[in-house]
Ligand binder design. Sequence first.
Ligand code: ZN
Length: 151
Amino acid sequence: MTAGEPQFDELYREILLDHYRRPRNRGHLAAATHHAEGANPVCGDEIQLDLQMDDGVLEEIAFEGQGCSISQSSASMMSERVKSKSRAEIERIKSAFEAMLTAGAAPVAELGDLEALQGVAKFPVRVKCALLPWKVLDEGLAEPAPGGRHD
Ligand code: ZN
């Protein structure tokens, strides 16, 4: 499999496991305006997102998924950071997160708990796990709002 697993500081490890065991914003939205899903076949990670956009602001977000602790905790942390944010704000947080994971940039305050995933940067295979929820979010936000959605 992989050449090694990311090593996390004790504090970061606690944050990551907390999100993995008690995911925030998990489930579905009855009033979702957008939906997207994606997978990372290398690791077996799957993420489904329900989004509720109102006037350019992501009012609500909920996710379902399965896979490794990195992908699932990243989705949980992401959901906390992007809720009630505009698309421009979401884009800025995503850029900062990507820069931390792929360019070794220092984390910014806006990342909140996402900072805990900093140790993943040294493991390109696992970077894909951490970025999967963001990739799915991108696809969801790019989708035109449907006329109505009924489950
Ligand atoms: Zn994974």
